[in-house]
Design a protein around this ligand. Structure first.
Ligand code: PMP
Length: 357
């Protein structure tokens, strides 16, 4: 049993059962006499693990057959460049929705490759709500529309999926993937860095609709060419084998836990506990986000008297709540409560928060 609850935003807590299994298999994977880290990615032992992970992810997310699932490296920020490089084709324009820190990063990177139209932004209300669909001005001839369903730093989450007609919708789901059921068929591309809800850092999952595989610019590096990697089963180069294996263990754990419907129920309850505590603190704690758009995964908050931050973090640490410090760009606190955070962690956090004022 672990002695702390880890609220880190990523790399983040992993299910204890998964870590125990990885530990038990670390030196001798299932009688092979070697660690998964020591095995060729072309070894049938590893390809079986890789295929099982993909098929479990497909089952969990109900991914339609006309989508490819890629297991790549580079993290979500590599995708900020690789999305335009793979999807623009002959087009020169893409639409972006700005809802905070990660949207801005994605926009800045895309501007290196194309004309970016900010089709909607919630900057004017300091990213406390998501821009309503009827305020979006999508441009004619955009190659795709990019948005960030969950802003990990601001704790702002879309409670609805945007409608973009025939223009492919691209989502950076790094901090919300697998937190609830999703209609994948609504999306052109979904990508996510693994280190929050999927597994360890080093792996990036890209889910891409097959008809979008023909638009790569010639200059896209081969290892990041969606079509090439789709054709090669993500093994054009050596994939991050250990991270892929571990993500597979996480997918299997999710299936055993009851899948995404079950996860959504638990996640909603977990988030509700923390927001109720913040809202019920008589102004001691604050979260400025419109309650309709509050993230289920990242709960940022501040203490009205900011001079108490250090004391809060110290008391929390003593009580077994760690990695609660807010992102360095905004300060304050943030409780990230991904799938692997047990409900007990949120109950305990609520009790600790409530006792402090
Ligand atoms: N997008 C989102 C929504 C994120 O939360 C993060 C990381 N916190 C990133 C992108 C950047 O991910 P990476 O460090 O894997 O490039």
């Amino acid at each position: 049993m672990r002695r702390v609850f880890n609220f880190g935003a990523g790399p983040a807590v992993l299910p204890e059962e998964v870590l125990e299994q990885a530990r038990d298999e670390l030196i001798d994977l299932r009688g092979t006499g070697m660690s998964v880290m020591e095995m060729s990615h072309r070894d049938p032992g590893f390809t079986a693990i890789a295929h099982q992970a993909e098929s479990d992810l497909r089952e969990l997310m109900n991914i339609p057959p006309n989508y490819k699932v890629l297991f790549l490296q580079g993290g979500a920020q590599a995708q900020f460049a690789l999305v335009p490089l793979n999807l623009l084709g002959k087009k020169t324009r893409a639409d972006y929705i700005n809802t905070g820190h990660w949207s801005k990063r994605a926009i800045a990177e895309a501007k290196r490759f194309c004309t970016v139209n900010i089709a909607a932004s919630s900057e004017s209300n300091n990213f406390t709500t998501v821009p309503a669909q009827d305020e979006w001005s999508l441009s004619a001839g955009a190659a795709y529309v990019h948005y960030t369903p969950n802003e990990t730093i601001g704790g702002l989450e879309f409670p609805w999926v945007p409608e973009t007609g025939d223009v492919p919708l691209v989502a950076d789901m790094s901090s919300t993937i697998l937190s609830r059921p999703l209609d994948v068929s609504h999306f052109g591309v979904i990508y996510a860095g693994a280190q929050k809800n999927l597994g360890p850092a080093g792996l990036t999952v890209v889910i891409v609709r097959e008809d979008l595989l023909s638009y790569a610019r010639p200059e896209v590096p081969s290892v990041f060419n969606y079509r090439l990697q789709a054709d090669e089963g993500s093994m054009y180069n050596t994939p991050p084998t250990f991270a892929w294996y571990l993500a597979g263990l996480v997918f299997n754990w999710l299936k055993r836990t009851g899948g995404l419907m079950r996860m959504a129920e638990i996640n909603r309850r977990k988030a509700d506990k923390l927001y109720a505590c913040i809202d019920g603190s008589g102004g001691f704690y604050r979260n400025p986000v419109d309650p309709k758009c509050r993230s289920w995964m990242n709960v940022p908050f501040s203490i009205a008297d900011g001079s108490l931050d250090q004391a809060f973090l110290q008391e929390a640490r003593v009580a077994g709540l760690v990695q609660l410090k807010g992102h360095r760009s905004v300060g304050g606190m943030r409780a990230s409560i991904y799938n692997a955070m047990p409900e007990e962690g949120c109950r305990h956090a609520r009790a600790v928060y409530a006792a402090l004022p």
